[in-house]
Each structure stands twice: as C-alpha cells, then as structure tokens.
Design a protein around this ligand. Structure first.
Ligand SMILES: Cc1cc2nc3c(=O)[nH]c(=O)nc-3n(C[C@H](O)[C@H](O)[C@H](O)COP(=O)(O)OP(=O)(O)OC[C@H]3O[C@@H](n4cnc5c(N)ncnc54)[C@H](O)[C@@H]3O)c2cc1C
Length: 512
C-alpha cells in the first residue's frame, strides 16, 4: 500500500497523457495537491516511446505547431517550464510539409502565411485568389475561438454551431475548382484523420494554422518531453502513480470520494478529472451516474480511424535526414486514403524522420504512418498486450504484421528506390497496439471524430452530472499537444480564476 493511501488530494487526475500532465501542472502551480494516476509503467500516453536495438522510437508525437515565438504553444511551453529545458528543431521554412503524389508531383507548405501563399502561388499561379481566401478563412475561424489564441475576451470557450457545421471538403470545393489545389490544402489530413463528408473546417483550421505558425520537431521526441514534464511535475509536488489503472469509484452521497485501482489501492480526493475517452470514463464511474442522454450520445459517437505504423531504423549514414514531413498519396483524392480496400492498402502515408542524435545529415529512423481500420485486426481483437503485461498475440498476428510491413516498404521503394538497402530493422504497431497502450477506443488515433453534419453531438463539456467529476484530454476541445493543452486550460477554468490564469500564462509570451 502506498504511503499516500490515506491522503485526501485536492485533485485526482486519471491518465498521464499530455492532457493529464497539463491539468496536473496548472493545478499544482496554483497550490493544490494533485495525484496523477496512470495505468501503464510509462507516463505520457500517446507520447510514450519504446526502445529497440538502442534506438528510441516515438509513438504519437512527430511534430508540434504554433511554436514560433509569441505563438500559442510556444507560450504554453514556456508557462509549463518546458521550453528552456528542451531542444527543438525548426523545420524547413519553405516546406515543412510536402504533399506528394505517385505521378511525381510535389507541393510545399511554407511556414508563415506570406511564405505559405508564396510557395503555393509558385505551383498554382492562376489560383492566387483562392489561396488568399483559404488563408484568410482559416485565420478567421481560429479567431472565433479566443482561447486558441490564449485570449480571455469572452466567457465562451467553444466555437458556435455555425462554425462547427461548415465542412472542410465542401469549403475547399467552394473556393476553387482546381482539384490539385484542393488536394494540396487537404493533403495533411492525416493530422486529423479527416473524413470527406464529416470533417469540419474548424478542425482543419485550428490544426493547419498552428503548423503554419511554427512547425518544430522535438529532439528525441516524446522521450524528452515526458522526462522534462515529469521533472516539472515533481518540482511542483505532483504525486505521480504509474501502474495504477483506475477501475471504479467510491461515492459518498452523489459525490465521488475515492478511486479504486486495479492494484487494489484507494486514492482519495476532493475533485476528479478524467482525461481518458469519455466512454471509458462512463464505464469507470457507472453509467447510472450520468444523464442517460449523455451516455447514449457518447456511446454512439464515431471515433477517428486507427493506424498501422512502420518504424524503420537505418544503417549509419545511409538515408538522408528530412527536415520536413511527407504526405504521399497513391490516389488522386487525398480524402479517399481512409477508404482503402484490401489489395490497394495503403493508399497514402505520412513519412517523418526524427531529428538525428549523431550526424545531422543522416536519419537514424523513419516513421511511416498509414491508416488502418480496426476491422483489419479483428481476428486478434481478444488478445491483449501492455507494458505491464507484455506478450505476443500469436504467430498469425506476427505474420499479418510482416505482410503489411512488406507492402509499406514496397510502396516506399517507389519514392526511394534502394531504401531497402539502408534498413537495419523494421518494427510495426497496429490498431491493437494503440488500443492496449493508450486505452483508445479500437485504437482510434485522435479520439472522437468531429462531424460537421451533427456539430453539437461532438461537443464535450468539462463538467459532468457528477458534481466533482470533470473531463479533459484530447476529446474535450481538439487533439494534439496543442489541443490537449488548451483543453487542460479550459478544464482548469472550473477551479482557478480564469482571468488571472490567462494573465499568468500570457506573461510567458516571448513577444512581451
Ligand atoms: C500515431 C499518432 C501520431 C500523433 N502525432 C502527433 C503529432 O505529431 N503532434 C501532435 O501534437 N499530436 C500528435 N498526436 C496526437 C497526440 O499525441 C494526442 O492527441 C495527445 O497526446 C493525447 O493526449 P491525452 O492526454 O488526451 O490522451 P492520451 O495520450 O491517450 O493519454 C491518456 C492516458 O490515460 C491512461 N489511461 C487510460 N485508461 C486509464 C485508467 N483506467 N486508469 C489510469 N490511466 C488510464 C493511458 O494509459 C494514457 O497514458 C498523435 C497521435 C497518434 C496516435
């Protein structure tokens, strides 16, 4: 039994992903006692890393946006005490993302709006007006959401229904008939697992804008972020407890008084924040304790699709380091990548090389992310694996993964002939890996899928019917390191003076 077993924490937070860590930091910095419970051995959730053959490989963190001085995430990282302690690498200014097609066409996304326009106008001189309209529009959408710019202009944290209901694909179709340009503007849609008929423009806007405003890689990725954030939380007195899977709650009248964990501990608290998926939260706290309409809505919501990720490690000095990402397509419609059928998989992939530790010119590894539907791994759905209980899902599963790895490598060879000779080792993860390591529903990459057809159905409030239970994490506002940190701020508005918190955070802006 832990020595904190009888302590009553001001806040008990479920999940140590970036969302949980941010909530813990904000509250501890305001003087509250905080316990952070994590089911895995490793903290960090999607930021977890794994090491193989002396290589450290990332799972869910490849690049961050909004990181130029004065931009939202830059300010937040300074406030969190992370920015000065970590190493960041600014990506190619004139093409941090390259959208490429199997016929050899390549298009660059430049950093900074002027540059972004300049790069695209080179390729689409006749579309200058549409490119300007796009940039103006996505900035306008972001402005409608003051908290995104860390502004405390209005009490409203959420976008209004009209903005939520505008569809991204339809908007792009409304500004240009040029299909190639539409594809280039939606070409990074793996960043939000976009679905043509459903993804709202605001999702594209919040995410795309952030990357235009400063795309950076974190040197040694999630490893550095988890290490530094854990250190900051320790300094603030946060009690971190790994291998503490929350399984149920103890109630005192209608309020929660403690959480029970799978190692039979009881963690007492006054207030509780769940940063895990709302449907998993309902399972823990009992659906009878929520409004039936909420339970029905949450359980009927669609989640973003899952992915199959291939990680290649390279022989020394054999493959160049790419200071940009590549979104490569084997189809003429970037939105169709998600709707592959068996033989044609994958219809596209995202490629990124982490910043090399040794020689700056050569990559040490390459991450290839492809969409994969959970149905593809249905035969092994009843096998489970985790850092606490590592194991194997059987030979068939290993064979399946090897086949998929080979398909990916064959398609990679169409871009990089000879890449096979550079490969040292191949590792892969499937939707089941994500399901088991982060507890995401069916291995969903980014949680709940926002839907422009039913804009309000995907709005999640930080308050719940249980008076001392609150929600945060990637499903609250939007996903990603930026989205979850903004979500944490919004959740903490329930407990701290909103104006003062925003003043404090903004005092860390590098433009002041
Ligand atoms: C493949 C992939 C690539 C990505 N790339 C990027 C990127 O390049 N840039 C970017 O900004 N974002 C990226 N993201 C998104 C980003 O990683 C996530 O949106 C963000 O990290 C989610 O944080 P979170 O705290 O909401 O949830 P999570 O990170 O999922 O954390 C939830 C935590 O809760 C724990 N947990 C679950 N159930 C329990 C329980 N019952 N008891 C205790 N603990 C529990 C889990 O183990 C986990 O640690 C990527 C995501 C994926 C999957």
């Amino acid at each position: 039994m832990s020595k904190d077993a009888d302590k009553i924490f001001d806040f008990v937070i479920i999940g140590s992903g970036f969302g949980g860590m941010c909530c813990a930091y904000i509250l501890a910095d305001e003087g509250y006692s905080v316990a952070l419970l994590e089911k895995n051995i490793q903290y960090g959730g999607c930021l977890q890393i794994f090491s193989r053959d002396k290589f450290i490989l990332d799972t869910g963190l490849h690049y961050i946006g909004g990181f130029d001085p004065g931009q939202n995430l830059n300010t937040i990282f300074h406030y969190l005490g992370l920015a000065d302690k970590m190493k960041f690498h600014r990506m190619d200014e004139n093409g941090f993302d390259i959208i490429s097609f199997s016929d050899g066409r390549k298009f660059k996304h430049g950093m900074g709006y002027e540059n972004f326009i300049q790069q695209l106008v080179k390729d689409f001189p006749e579309e200058e007006k549409a490119i300007h309209a796009f940039c103006k529009k996505i900035q306008e959408v972001c402005k409608q959401f003051p908290i995104y710019h860390l502004k405390d202009e209005q009490a409203e944290n959420y976008l209004d229904v009209e903005v939520r209901g505008e569809n991204a694909h339809d908007y792009l179709a409304s500004i240009t008939n040029n299909i190639a340009l539409r594809n280039v503007l939606a070409g990074n849609n793996m960043l939000y697992a976009g679905v043509k008929e459903k993804t709202p423009l605001f999702v594209l806007a919040l995410i795309f804008n952030s990357y235009i405003c400063g795309s950076y890689k974190i040197v040694t990725g999630g490893a550095q972020l988890i290490r530094q954030f854990s250190q900051r939380l320790r300094e603030k007195g946060v009690k971190k407890m790994n291998r503490h899977k929350v399984v149920s709650a103890i109630y005192d009248d209608n309020k929660i008084s403690a959480l029970k964990t799978d190692n039979d501990e009881t963690i007492y608290g006054k207030k509780f924040i769940s940063t895990i998926h709302p449907s998993a939260t309902i399972d823990i706290f009992g659906q009878e304790n929520f409004y039936p309409a909420f339970v029905k809505r949450i359980n009927n919501l669609e989640n973003t699709t899952s992915s199959f990720i291939v990680q290649l490690t390279f022989k020394p000095y054999s493959f160049p380091y790419l200071n940009h990402n590549i979104y490569h397509y084997f189809t003429d419609d970037v939105w169709e990548t998600i709707n592959y059928s068996g033989e044609e998989w994958p219809l596209g992939f995202y490629l990124t090389t982490p910043v090399p530790v040794k020689n700056k010119s050569f990559a040490e590894s390459l991450t290839v992310m492809c969409y994969m539907q959970p149905e593809d791994v249905a035969p092994w759905v009843n096998t489970f694996n985790s850092t606490v209980h590592p194991g194997s899902r059987g030979d068939d599963y290993e064979k399946f993964k090897k086949q998929k790895e080979e398909l990916v490598i064959k398609k990679l060879e169409t871009l990089y002939p000879g890449i096979r000779n550079s490969i040292l080792h191949v590792y892969s993860s499937s939707p089941l890996t994500f399901r088991d390591y982060t507890n995401s529903v069916n291995g969903s990459i980014y949680g709940i899928l926002k839907n422009s057809n039913s804009p309000l159905s995907t709005v999640i409030n930080s308050r719940t019917k249980i008076p001392n239970l609150y929600l945060s994490g990637q499903n609250l506002i939007f996903h990603g390191v930026l989205g979850t940190s903004i979500g944490a701020i919004v959740t903490c508005f329930e407990f701290v003076n909103r104006k003062k918190l925003m003043e404090k955070i903004n005092s860390f802006s590098q433009l002041i």
